[in-house]
Design a protein around this ligand. Structure first.
Ligand SMILES: Nc1ncnc2c1ncn2[C@@H]1O[C@H](COP(=O)(O)OP(=O)(O)OP(=O)(O)O)[C@@H](O)[C@H]1O
Ligand SMILES: [Mg+2]
Length: 1078
C-alpha cells in the first residue's frame, strides 16, 4: 500500500472546503456543491466546526483501515482531513483526559448511515482504547452485541435494506485510564407491528430469514420449521431475498456473536424456539363457527400447527386453544368470559406474536446488558452512542412512524438547544457582542406532540382511557378539536379555515409538518397500538408454559399477581423514555454526526441535489454554519481555563492569587495571542479560532513535557539523595563494623605476636639459663675429670716406674739410635770420590731416612765442590772466570761454543817475545798483551782472506802484518762498538767501529779465527774493564758491515761439503758477502 501523505492540517490538499465554516460565499447552492464535489471525490465527511456531516457512499471505501485508525489517533481535530475517526478521537480523548462524559448523537433519515456510523465510532474507540486480555474481552462483547441486536431489531424497508426498527442508546463505560469497563444498552420502542405485517417491498425482521436459511436441518427439525419461506404467513414473499445479503452466513455470524456476548447454548436455543413459535403462530388460522346463541365463534382451522407450537413452548394445547377462543374480563372480583369472533381471534393471535417478539427483544437487550455490565464499582466515565431510527416518511405512516418521527423531532430539538440556541444565549448571557441569526426552532412541533394537556400523545392516551366506545376516528375527532389551530397540524376535518378546502388530505388521516417535512399519518391502529393490549387469557396461557424463557416474558400472566391497573400506554412509555434520554444527553458533552442520504436508490455515486438540499434545510445546517461563523469556536469557564493553561506563564504558575479572569488575561497577554482572537465573557473566555486553541494545546503539551522532566529531575534528585544518604548511613555502619573487625584482627595479631615474642624471650632466657646450668654442670664434670686425670697422673707418675708400658718407647728410641748410628758408619765407608763430576752415591738403606739421605748427598756435593775450588790458583781462577763469561755470552746461542769449552784460553798464542821477527812490534807495544794470535782478515773486495796478527791490549786493538810484524791498524777500544757473528759453527766475526772515529775510516773489520769464542770473550771483558761499557755482541746469520762507504750484508748460508769442512767466503755483489758454513 502506498504510504499515506503526511498531513498536518485539514487545509492540506483539500477538496472543496473541509470545514463549511470556511465556505465563501455561503449559501445553499455553494453548500450543496461543496458536498457534491467532495462526495464525487470520495470525501464523504465534511465539518461544520466540530459537527461532522457524513454522506452515505453506499459502497465500501478504503478509509476505515487500521492504518487510518493510527493516522487519526491522538491528532488534533483539524489536523487531518475530516473523518468520523477524528470526531471519535476527539470525544474519546476529552473523555479520557478532561474527564467529560461524552455522547455521540447520530441523526439523519432512514438509510443515511447512522447505524454504520455508530459502529465505526465504536470500532474506532475499541481500537484506540486500552489493551489486555480482560479489556479485549469487554471490547469484543460490546462490538458483538451489534450483530445480535441488528438481526432481531433490523429489517429491510423501502428506504434501507438494514433499517433499524428500534432505537438504541449505548453507554460505553470507561475507567480513569480510558480502558473500557462495560456498557449499558437502552432500547426504544421496537416496531413490533412488522412481526405480523410488512408493507409491500419490505421484510420482516432479519432473524426469521436468517434462521430459515442458515439453520441446519437438524435444528430446523427440532424447531419444527421448514426452510421454505412461503410456508409462513408472517413472512412477506416479494422481497424475501435482499441483494448482497447472505442470510445463512449472517445466521452463523449472529450465533457466533451470541456466544461471544455470553449466551449459554441453551439460552440461544430458547431464543430460537421463541422465534420459531412466533413464526408458527402466524400460521394458525381461524374459521367462523355459528354458536347456538347466534353469535359467531372462531375455531382453529388446522390444529396441527397449534400442537407443534405447544410442543415447542411446553404449553398445554387446550389452554392455548381456549385462549384463542375466549376473552375473560375481570372486574371487581367478577370474571366474565366472552367468545372471540374470527377477527378478534386473529387480533389476539397477532397481538400475541407481536408481544412475544417484542418482549423477546427486550429480554435480549437485558441479557446482553447483563453480559456487558461493568464488573467494578469504580467511578466511570461514559460515552453514549445514540443510533435511533431515522426520520421516515412512508406511503402509509402509522403509529410507529409517528413515534419514530417524534423521537427525531426531539433529537433535532436537543441539537438546536445545544448548538444554536444555547450558543446564542450563551453569548448574550456572557455579554459577548453578537449578531442574532435566525433559525427554525422545532420546539413548537415537539410541543404539539408531547404537551401534557393538549399534545397529540396526551390526546391519544385520553381517548384510550376514556370509557365508552373508543375508535381511531374518535381520536382523530379529538385531535381535530384540540390541535386544529396549531400551525404544524393539518387534517381534512380541521376546523381551521385555512384547511377547509384541503381535499388533498384523505379521511381518517392527519398531517404533521415536521422539521424534516410533512408526514401524513393514517389514524387507523393508533388507539390499539397505543393500548398495546394483550388478552389476559393469552398472557396467562404463556405464563403456564414450561418453556422457562416464555414464562419469564409474561410475568403478568401469573394469576397470583393480577394487576387490575392498566399498564402505561405505549405512547406515554415512549414519551417518558425519550424524556429520560434527553435529560441524560444534556448532562454530556455532545458530538454530532449528521448523516445525509445522497439518493433514494441506495446506489453509489448518485448525488441527488434535491434530496440533499431538503435534508440540509431541515437539519438546519446552514444556520449551523452561520452561528458557527459568527461566534467563537471554543469557550471555557475562566477557572478550568486558567487551571489548564496556567503552566504557560510565569505569573500564573504554579498559583494565581487573584481572580481567575485576570489570571487568564495575564496568561493570554503573556502568550501574545492577538486580541481579536478572543473575548472575555462574564464567566467564560471565548476563543474565536480553533487554531488558537490548538496552539494553546500544543504549548501546553510541550510545557507539560518540560514539567514532567522537572518532576522527573526532582524526583531523581530526591531518589539519588535518599539513596546516597542511605548509602552513607550504611557506609558508616559498614565502616564501624569493619573498623571493629580490623581492630579485633590487629589486636589478635599483636596478641599473638606478643605471645610469640614472649615465648621467644622466655625460650631465650630459658636456653641461657640452661646453657649456664649446662656449663656449670660441665665445669663440675670437667673439674671432676681434671681432678680424676690429675689424680690419675699423680698416681701414674708415682707408680710409672712400676709399669712395663714405658719399656716399649725406650726400646724404640734405642733401636732408632742404633740404626742411625749404623747408617752413618756405613755411609762413611761408602763415600764416593771427591771429584765434583762424580755422580755416584750409595743407595738408601731405610725408607724413613730418604730425606736425610738426599740432604746428605747435597751437602756432600757442595762440600767437595768447595774443596775442589779451594785448590785453584789465581791464574786458574781467572781462566775459569773467562770460561764462565764465555758460557754466559754464547751458551745455546752459537753452535761453535760447545767445541770451545774443552780448549783452555791461552791468549798469547803467538810468542812475540821469543820471535826476533817481531822485535820491532814488541817494542812498539808497551802495554800488556792480552791476545796475540793470527787471524784471517777478509778482504772487502773479493772475500779472500789475508793473515794478520791480532793483538789486544788493555786499551787498543792492533792488526799487524804476519810476516813483517808491522802494525797495520790500531783501534782504541773505545771506538769498538759492536762485534757481530753468526749462530753457526764458523769462526767469522765482524768488529764494528764507532762511526766518525779515526779508525773507522777504512771501515769495519771482518775476521775469521779458530779461537773466536776466546777472542770475543776477552774483547768483551777488556772493553768492560777499560771503558766500563758492555760491548754489544750480536749473534745473527745476517748482519751489515760498513766497508769504507758501503754497507755490505754478510749472509751465512748452509754450504755444501765441496770445499771440505772449512767455511768459505764469497763476495756476491756490492752489497752481499755470502759465507757458506759446512
Ligand atoms: N460509511 C458507509 N460506508 C459504506 N456504506 C455505508 C456507509 N454508511 C451507510 N452505508 C450503507 O448504507 C446502508 C444504510 O445505512 P444505515 O443502516 O446505517 O442507515 P440508518 O441511518 O441506520 O438507517 P435507519 O434509520 O433506517 O436505521 C448500510 O446498510 C450501508 O450499506
Ligand atoms: Mg439504523
Amino acid at each position: 500500500m502506498a504510504k499515506m501523505e503526511v498531513k498536518t492540517s485539514l487545509l492540506d490538499n483539500m477538496i472543496g472546503v473541509g470545514d463549511m465554516v470556511l465556505l465563501e460565499p455561503l449559501n445553499e447552492e455553494t453548500f450543496i456543491n461543496n458536498l457534491k464535489k467532495r462526495f464525487d471525490h470520495n470525501e464523504i465527511y465534511t465539518y461544520i466546526g466540530s459537527v461532522v456531516i457524513s454522506v452515505n457512499p453506499y459502497r465500501s471505501l478504503p478509509i476505515y483501515s487500521p492504518e487510518k485508525v493510527e493516522d487519526y489517533r491522538n491528532r488534533n481535530f483539524y489536523e487531518l482531513s475530516p473523518h468520523i475517526f477524528a470526531l471519535s478521537d476527539e470525544a474519546y480523548r476529552s473523555l479520557r483526559d478532561q474527564d467529560k462524559d461524552q455522547c455521540i448523537l447520530i441523526t439523519g433519515e432512514s438509510g443515511a448511515g447512522k447505524t454504520e456510523a455508530s459502529k465505526l465510532v465504536m470500532s474506532y474507540v475499541a481500537a484506540v482504547c486500552g489493551k489486555g486480555a480482560e479489556v479485549n474481552q469487554v471490547k469484543e462483547q460490546l462490538l458483538q452485541s451489534n450483530p445480535v441486536l441488528e438481526a432481531f431489531g433490523n429489517a429491510k424497508t423501502v428506504r434501507n435494506d438494514n433499517s433499524s426498527r428500534f432505537g438504541k442508546y449505548m453507554d460505553i463505560e470507561f475507567d480513569f485510564k480510558g480502558d473500557p469497563l462495560g456498557g449499558v444498552i437502552s432500547n426504544y420502542l421496537l416496531e413490533k407491528s412488522r412481526v405480523v405485517k410488512q408493507p409491500r417491498g419490505e421484510r420482516n425482521f432479519h432473524v426469521f430469514y436468517q434462521l430459515l436459511s442458515g439453520a441446519s436441518e437438524e435444528l430446523l427439525n427440532k424447531l419444527k420449521l421448514e426452510r421454505d419461506f412461503s410456508r409462513y404467513n408472517y413472512l412477506s414473499l416479494d422481497s424475501a431475498k435482499v441483494n448482497g445479503v447472505d442470510d445463512a452466513a449472517n445466521f452463523r455470524t449472529v450465533r457466533n456473536a451470541m456466544q461471544i456476548v455470553g449466551f449459554m447454548d441453551h439460552e440461544a436455543e430458547s431464543v430460537l424456539e421463541v422465534v420459531a413459535a412466533v413464526l408458527k403462530l402466524g400460521n394458525i388460522e381461524f374459521k367462523p363457527e355459528s354458536r347456538v346463541n347466534g353469535l359467531d365463534e372462531s375455531k382453529i382451522k388446522d390444529k396441527n400447527e397449534l400442537k407443534e407450537i405447544c410442543e415447542l413452548t411446553g404449553i398445554d394445547q387446550s389452554v392455548l386453544e381456549r385462549a384463542f377462543s375466549f376473552r375473560t374480563v375481570e372486574a371487581k372480583q367478577e370474571k366474565v368470559s366472552t367468545t372471540l369472533n374470527v377477527a378478534q381471534a386473529y387480533y389476539a393471535r397477532d397481538a400475541l406474536a407481536k408481544n412475544l417478539y417484542s418482549r423477546l427483544f427486550s429480554w435480549l437487550v437485558n441479557r446482553i446488558n447483563e453480559s456487558i455490565k461493568a464488573q467494578t464499582k469504580v467511578r466511570k466515565k461514559v460515552m453514549g452512542v445514540l443510533d435511533i431510527y431515522g426520520f421516515e416518511i412512508f406511503e402509509d405512516n402509522s403509529f410507529e412512524q409517528f413515534i419514530i418521527n417524534y423521537c427525531n423531532e426531539k433529537l433535532q430539538q436537543i441539537f438546536i438547544e445545544l448548538t444554536l440556541k444555547e450558543e446564542q444565549e450563551e453569548y448574550i448571557r456572557e455579554d459577548i457582542e453578537w449578531t442574532h441569526i435566525d433559525y427554525f426552532n422545532n420546539a413548537i412541533i415537539c410541543d404539539l406532540i408531547e404537551n401534557n394537556t393538549n399534545g397529540i400523545l396526551a390526546m391519544l392516551d385520553e381517548e384510550c382511557l376514556r370509557p365508552g366506545t373508543v375508535t381511531d376516528e374518535t381520536f382523530l375527532e379529538k385531535l381535530n378539536q384540540v390541535c386544529a389551530t396549531h400551525q404544524h397540524f393539518e387534517s381534512r376535518m380541521s376546523k381551521c379555515s385555512r384547511f377547509l378546502n384541503d381535499t388533498t388530505l384523505p379521511h381518517s388521516c392527519f398531517r404533521i409538518q415536521h422539521y424534516a417535512g410533512k408526514v401524513l399519518y393514517q389514524v387507523e391502529g393508533f388507539v390499539d397500538k397505543n393500548n398495546d393490549l394483550l388478552y389476559r387469557d393469552l398472557s396467562q396461557a404463556m405464563w403456564k408454559a414450561s418453556h422457562a424463557l416464555i414464562k419469564s416474558l409474561f410475568p403478568e400472566g401469573n394469576p397470583t399477581k393480577i394487576n387490575l391497573k392498566r399498564p402505561p400506554t405505549a405512547g406515554s412509555q415512549f414519551k417518558a423514555s425519550v424524556a429520560t434520554l434527553m435529560k441524560n444527553l444534556q448532562t454530556k458533552n455532545p458530538n454530532y454526526i449528521r448523516c445525509i442520504k445522497p439518493n433514494d436508490k441506495k446506489a453509489a455515486h448518485i448525488f441527488s441535489e434535491a434530496l440533499v438540499c431538503h435534508q440540509i434545510r431541515y437539519l438546519g445546517l446552514l444556520e449551523n454554519v452561520r452561528v458557527r461563523r459568527a461566534g467563537y469556536a471554543f469557550r471555557q469557564a475562566y477557572e478550568p481555563c486558567l487551571e489548564r493553561y496556567k503552566m504557560l506563564c510565569k505569573q500564573t504558575w504554579p498559583h494565581w492569587k487573584g481572580p481567575a479572569r485576570s489570571g487568564v488575561e495575564v496568561l493570554f497577554n503573556e502568550l501574545e495571542i492577538p486580541v481579536e482572537e478572543y473575548s472575555f465573557g462574564r464567566s467564560k473566555i471565548f476563543i474565536r479560532n480553533p487554531r488558537t486553541l490548538f496552539k494553546l494545546e500544543d504549548l501546553r503539551k510541550q510545557r507539560l513535557e518540560d514539567l514532567a522532566t522537572l518532576i522527573q529531575k526532582i524526583y531523581r534528585g530526591w531518589k539519588c539523595r535518599t539513596h546516597f544518604l542511605l548509602m552513607k548511613k550504611s557506609q558508616i555502619v559498614i565502616a564501624a563494623w569493619y573498623r571493629r573487625y580490623a581492630q579485633l584482627k590487629r589486636y589478635q595479631q599483636i596478641k599473638s605476636s606478643a605471645l610469640v615474642i614472649q615465648s621467644y624471650i622466655r625460650g631465650w632466657k630459658a636456653r641461657k639459663i640452661l646453657r649456664e646450668l649446662k656449663h656449670q654442670k660441665r665445669c663440675q664434670e670437667a673439674v671432676t675429670t681434671i681432678a680424676a686425670y690429675w689424680h690419675g697422673t699423680q698416681v701414674r707418675r708415682e707408680y710409672r716406674k712400676f709399669f712395663r708400658a714405658n719399656a716399649g718407647k725406650k726400646i724404640y728410641e734405642f733401636t732408632l739410635q742404633r740404626i742411625v748410628q749404623k747408617y752413618f758408619l756405613e755411609m762413611k765407608k761408602k763415600m764416593p770420590s771427591l771429584s765434583p763430576i762424580d755422580k755416584n752415591w750409595p743407595s738408601r738403606p731405610y725408607l724413613f731416612l730418604d730425606s736425610t739421605h738426599k740432604e746428605l748427598k747435597r751437602i756432600f756435593h757442595l762440600w767437595r765442590c768447595k774443596k775442589y775450588r779451594d785448590q785453584f790458583t789465581d791464574q786458574q781462577k781467572l781462566i775459569y772466570e773467562e770460561k764462565l763469561e764465555a758460557s754466559e755470552l754464547f751458551k745455546d746461542k752459537k753452535a761453535l761454543y760447545p767445541s770451545s769449552v774443552g780448549q783452555p784460553f791461552q791468549g798469547a798464542y803467538l810468542e812475540i817475545n821469543k820471535n826476533p821477527k817481531y822485535k820491532k812490534l814488541k817494542d812498539a807495544i808497551e802495554e800488556k798483551i792480552i791476545i796475540a794470535e793470527v787471524v784471517n782478515k777478509i778482504n772487502r773486495a773479493n772475500g779472500k782472506s789475508t793473515s794478520r796478527i791480532f793483538l789486544l791490549t788493555n786499551n787498543n786493538l792492533l792488526l799487524a802484518d804476519q810476516k813483517s810484524g808491522q802494525i797495520k791498524s790500531e783501534v782504541p777500544l773505545v771506538d769498538v762498538t759492536k762485534v757481530s757473528m753468526s749462530s753457526q759453527n764458523d769462526g767469522f766475526f765482524a768488529v764494528h767501529l764507532k762511526e766518525g772515529s779515526e779508525a773507522a775510516s777504512k771501515g769495519d773489520f771482518l775476521f775469521s779465527s779458530d779461537h773466536l769464542i776466546e777472542m770475543a770473550t776477552k774483547l768483551y771483558r777488556t772493553t768492560l774493564s777499560q771503558t766500563k761499557q758492555k760491548l754489544n755482541i750480536e749473534i745473527s746469520d745476517e748482519f751489515l758491515v760498513q766497508f769504507r762507504q758501503d754497507k755490505v750484508c754478510v749472509k751465512f748460508i748452509q754450504g755444501n761439503q765441496k770445499n771440505g769442512s772449512v767455511p768459505t767466503c764469497k763476495r756476491k755483489n756490492n752489497r752481499l758477502l755470502e759465507v757458506a758454513v759446512p
